[in-house]
Design a protein around this ligand. Structure first.
Ligand code: URA
Length: 240
């Protein structure tokens, strides 16, 4: 529920003060009834609001969430197989939001969700190349040559990958943990890059997206982005 004058202002009817005046003047109706009491609470998604007889179309407030996706969830919102969806984890979130980009069913890690279609589009557009950081546990221990191939570009069926930052974090018992920073966002890119050089991924986690990290967000939990974080993302998505 939100205060009526705020809903009117958010819908672009008038400033908050002017909206209060319209309410006091008896010019505002909610579900057909004149409401002239300030502070009246309405649900913009349900209540029919009009000003001087003209319906008010409420603008949906923009929401931004950072989710620590567990493995075993799909990022698509309609999965034909009916598997668990990432949005199932957003308990208490009433807005309809959708993921910015994708993570595979088996991939864990940082996933942003929003109802801001413009920002979502920009952040996934190859032109802007937002940096995504992944930790990949691979089978086998890549040598310097293999790591350099990942860095300079791997030939995949959809072309050569762009330069990436890659480092070996550690290795034990025939597996290695790699960190990869990539700018592209092709389908299953990290898995395909590692496969192509002969080191299949056993576990994949996205740890960073455009300067954001998973710090303080346990697996399966989410938090709201701050206005400063949203502004920083917007800057990375270009202004035009
Ligand atoms: N690369 C992949 O292979 N999978 C993901 O989920 C993300 C990047």
């Amino acid at each position: 529920m939100e205060r009526l004058h705020k809903v009117l202002a958010a819908a672009g009817v008038a400033s908050r003060r002017k909206a209060e005046a319209l309410i006091l003047q008896g010019k505002v109706r909610v579900n057909g009834q004149v409401v002239s009491i300030l502070g009246t609470q309405v649900d913009p998604a349900v209540d029919k609001i009009s000003v001087e007889g003209k319906p008010v179309v409420p603008t949906e407030r923009k929401s931004y969430f950072l989710l620590h996706k567990p493995a075993g969830y799909v990022t698509t919102l309609d999965d034909p197989q009916g598997r668990p969806k990432v949005t199932d984890l957003l308990t208490g979130v009433k807005h309809r939001v959708y993921p910015i980009g994708r993570l595979d069913y088996a991939t864990e890690g940082l996933l942003l969700l929003t109802n801001d279609g413009d920002l979502a589009y920009r952040l996934t557009h190859p032109k802007y190349g937002v940096v995504k950081t992944y930790q990949a546990l691979v089978l086998g221990i890549p040598d310097a040559t293999a790591l350099n191939t990942l860095r300079s570009g791997v030939r995949l069926e959809d072309g050569l990958t762009a330069p990436a930052e890659v480092r070996l974090i550690n290795s034990k018992q025939g597996s290695a943990l790699l960190e990869l920073k990539i700018h592209e966002g092709r389908n299953r890119q990290v898995r395909r890059m590692c496969d192509a050089i002969g080191y299949p991924v056993q576990r994949l986690r996205r740890t960073g997206f455009g300067g954001l990290t998973l710090n303080g967000v346990p697996v399966g939990s989410f938090r709201t982005l701050s206005p400063a974080e949203v502004a920083a993302l917007r800057e990375q998505g270009g202004t035009q």
